[in-house]
Design a protein around this ligand. Structure first.
Ligand SMILES: [Zn+2]
Ligand SMILES: [Zn+2]
Length: 282
């Protein structure tokens, strides 16, 4: 078993024990992470590296351009479709009717599966209107993006990039972490899981730097997670304080295991337009 999968399974076990409300959902994700791991392995075996001229990287990043365009990646649709079908089988165990209707939608779609993937990448409303379909498509796309991003991860040097969107693929951050003695804030890409340093007092979504309009809330008995909010755009982002923990975590699992924080944020009238909420909405 590789490190990433082992960490995710260990976290699932711990969350199941510590937060009983998540027991059922974590049982479901236990199956997903195992499939996801197999999928990532086959993606890595079959992936064509993206050609990129070494010396252009720094210039590109300094000018605020991302290293690749997610819509133009060479996708292996056969592999993606077979994973998508595996996910549908897993959904069938929980929600048979919904899963069947998704299968019908995919069959009916004129441009087929490829078009659905493209639209999900562009966030076209027609595709993402159905949260379960959006969830399945994003779950299929993101491991591909993670796989491509792994080629470039070491190219992003601290300070090279100051934007609120991912330096590699241009997507939004779905979470953040605080680390190091000074508690520097790093954002995590909703698609390729890349991390980049981002100024602490600034909203990554609208760029607001007015301290009076930036706030956060926490819930009782949880020192590790906080929700940072922006009054200028009314968006929120979940932040994990890595300084408070001494174990490894999986951002993917942590996002799911903190859905109660999303619910509180939504109740307070904040929004999050990344797809990290698909699982909760579907
Ligand atoms: Zn990214
Ligand atoms: Zn904002």
């Amino acid at each position: 078993m590789n490190g990433e999968l082992a960490i995710a399974l260990e976290r699932i076990k711990k969350i199941k024990a510590d937060r009983p409300v998540y027991q059922e959902l974590m049982g479901f994700y236990e199956k997903i992470v195992k499939e996801r791991d197999e999928y990532k392995k086959s993606l890595q075996l079959n992936q064509t590296p993206i050609p990129f001229e070494e010396h252009l990287e720094e210039v590109t990043l300094k000018e605020g351009f991302t290293l690749f365009e997610k819509e133009k990646l060479p996708f292996d649709y056969d592999l993606m479709k077979s994973y998508f079908s595996k996910l549908i089988s897993l959904i069938k165990e929980r929600a048979l009717e919904q899963a069947n209707s998704i299968e019908k939608m995919v069959k009916k779609e004129k441009g087929g599966f490829e078009k659905m993937i493209t639209e999900a990448l562009k966030r076209k409303d027609s595709t993402v209107q159905n949260p379960l379909l959006a969830f399945l498509l994003n779950e299929t796309i993101n491991p591909v993006m993670e796989s491509y991003a792994s080629y470039f991860q070491d190219k992003i040097k601290e300070g090279m990039w100051t934007q609120g969107y991912c330096p590699l693929c241009g997507s939004k951050p779905f979470m953040g972490v605080l680390k190091g003695e000074e508690g520097k804030r790093y954002l995590i890409c909703e698609r390729c899981s890349s991390e980049w340093l981002f100024i602490r007092v600034k909203c990554p979504y609208c760029g607001n730097e007015d301290q009076k309009k930036l706030s956060y809330f926490v819930v009782e008995d949880d020192e590790v997670n906080r929700v940072e909010t922006c009054e200028a755009c009314r968006k929120y982002i979940k932040i994990i304080d890595l300084r408070k923990i001494n174990y490894s975590i999986s951002y993917y699992i942590e996002n799911i295991a903190t859905l109660h924080l999303d619910m509180i944020a939504l109740e307070k009238g904040y929004e999050n337009d990344t797809h990290s909420l698909d699982a909760y909405q579907s």
